[in-house]
Design a protein around this ligand. Structure first.
Ligand code: KIV
Ligand code: ZN
Length: 515
């Protein structure tokens, strides 16, 4: 590989490692929507799932593989022929397929997790990589827990993987343990010591347990890595992965220090972030770099004064460069389709005809009830449309609440897999009654872990955005919904979570699959 080439490959693993975030399961439709968005964003590789983990994962990899025009599509596979064959079965229709196979190389993982001797691990590497390479020309190999692996053994493993045909060598900081200087030295050591390293691209995969995922990834690139594995909004196992938007904007903003380029169109970052947040139910913290609600907000008087005189005083990148547009178009009940389409474009949404019609009808309903429709209202409304409720839908409701506790009751008409069913319950309050009515009929074993209400805008006529987290048999899901009526938003968010549980029930992921 030519290390002088400063183009960094962006490998997005939102659909695989990102989906391993607690509660973040996505339906097939949602995954396809995210994949389309990622291709549009300009990422180079999409890790679409772990084909052998479940039928749902297999189907997701296969459908993403069929859909992508120019982006490479990848499936994860353990170091076994069975895993690799399943990955290839899912990937075979891809225009650019990639198999990503991995095995642990640290003493701790080899002894306790794999219960294998180092020699056996080396054999498994040679066998798995050459098998993957016999079916697929693009093979990535990862040394799981690479940053806690002994250097001699790491170099030996990498050499074996490249000899067996690996074209990318990924060095994961699986437990988010390393620090930038150490990771830099590790990548440099690999670059300098592995004799056949010029035949492969070195890749970073840094978890964020110490909040250093992005810093470590950038250090890896400075030392010679030319692929970064990352996720939108930094979601992923535990504290997540390096955030794609932060890596891309660091390169774009600091070309003087970081003269690297990516294929990402940074103006698509904000819509990408919103979509991932909407479909996973993982809200972005307000002060999150690049995509948080406050990332471009200036609060103190001194800062505001500086901004008015010259934006560069306190702004190192423009909101427009990440797709955040200041909009001047005020929306209300007299706004027509054309204005609404323009507004969606301004907010960074590219929607198909059906989705547009659905969003426009919802907008009209909202504008009938709410005088001023703000950008935040439209974002909540469109995001709500992204949440596909496949099994259960709320058709109508009758919810009562008064000072007599016995009269906190909810009667809901639901459509469950095509059948109309009426469910009702009393509760300690109206929300309790709603949740009990749905739970007893649709998910009796689910436990509520989180109920959160957030007003989308100011004012008493603000839409409520509700998040509900449910747990069932150790699996957690996040449901979200927005509505002018907090009770209706609560019912819809609970139903959205139950729909995700139904999807998740179909998935069976053995413990050792988690990576
Ligand atoms: O964190 C990790 O080690 C992984 C590997 C499977 C790449 O996700
Ligand atoms: Zn990982």
């Amino acid at each position: 590989m030519n290390q002088e080439n400063n183009r960094v490959i962006i490998f997005d693993t939102t659909l695989r490692d990102g989906e391993q975030s607690p509660g973040a399961s996505m339906t097939l439709t949602e995954k396809l929507r995210v994949a389309e968005m990622l291709e549009n964003l300009g990422v180079d590789v999409i890790e679409a799932g772990f084909a052998i983990a479940s039928n749902g994962d297999f189907e997701a990899v296969r459908e993403v593989a069929r859909l992508m025009e120019k982006t490479s599509v990848c499936s994860l596979a353990r170091a076994s022929r069975k895993d690799i064959d399943r990955a290839w079965e899912a990937l075979r229709d891809a225009k650019r397929p990639r198999i990503h196979t991995f095995i642990s190389t640290s003493p701790l993982h080899m002894k306790y997790k794999l219960q294998m001797e180092p020699e056996q691990v080396l054999e498994a590497i040679a066998d798995s990589v050459s098998h993957a390479r016999s079916v697929c020309p693009d093979v990535e190999w990862s040394c799981e827990d690479g940053t806690r692996t002994e250097h001699d053994f790491l170099c030996q493993s990498i050499e074996v993987a490249i000899n067996a045909g690996a074209t990318t060598i990924n060095v994961p900081d699986t437990v988010g343990y390393t620090v930038p200087e150490e990771y830099f030295s590790l990548i440099k050591m690999i670059h300098d010591r592995v004799p056949n390293i010029d035949k492969a691209v070195i890749s970073t995969h840094c978890h964020n347990d110490l909040g250093l995922g992005v810093a470590n990834s950038i250090a890896g690139v400075k030392a010679g890595a030319r692929q970064i594995e990352c996720t939108i909004n930094g979601i992923g196992e535990r504290a997540g992965n390096a955030a794609l938007e932060e890596v891309v904007m660091a390169f774009k903003t600091r070309q003087d220090e970081l003269p690297y380029t990516t294929g990402v169109v940074s103006e698509h970052i904000t819509p990408a972030s919103r979509l991932v947040s909407a479909v996973t139910g993982l809200t972005v913290q307000n002060n999150k770099a690049i995509v948080g609600a406050n990332a471009f907000a200036h609060e103190s008087g001194i800062h505001q004064d500086g901004m008015l005189k010259n934006a560069q005083t306190y702004e190192i990148m423009t909101p427009e460069s990440v797709g955040l547009k200041k909009s001047t178009l005020v929306m209300g009940k007299h706004s027509g389709r054309h204005a609404f389409r323009e507004k969606l474009k301004d907010l960074g949404y590219e929607v198909g005809d059906n989705q547009f019609l659905d969003a426009f009808n919802r907008f009209k309903d909202l504008a009938d009830k709410k005088k001023d429709v703000f950008d935040e209202d439209i974002i909540a409304l469109v995001d709500d449309g992204f949440r596909v409720n496949e099994h259960i839908r709320l058709l109508s409701w009758d919810i009562s609440c008064n000072s007599n506790e016995a009269h906190n009751a909810a009667t809901l008409e639901l459509e469950i897999d095509g059948d109309v069913v009426t469910v009702s319950a009393d509760g300690d309050g109206p929300v309790d009654a709603i949740f009990k009515a749905i739970k007893s009929n649709c998910a009796p074993n689910a436990h509520l872990q989180l109920y959160q209400v957030h007003a989308v805008t100011g004012g008493t006529d603000a839409q409520a955005e509700v998040t509900v987290r449910l747990e069932e048999d150790g699996k957690t899901v996040n449901g979200m919904a927005a509505h002018l009526d907090t009770m209706v938003a609560s019912a819809k968010a609970y139903i959205n979570a139950v729909n995700k549980l139904v999807t998740k029930r179909e998935k069976t992921a053995p413990a050792e699959l988690s990576a």
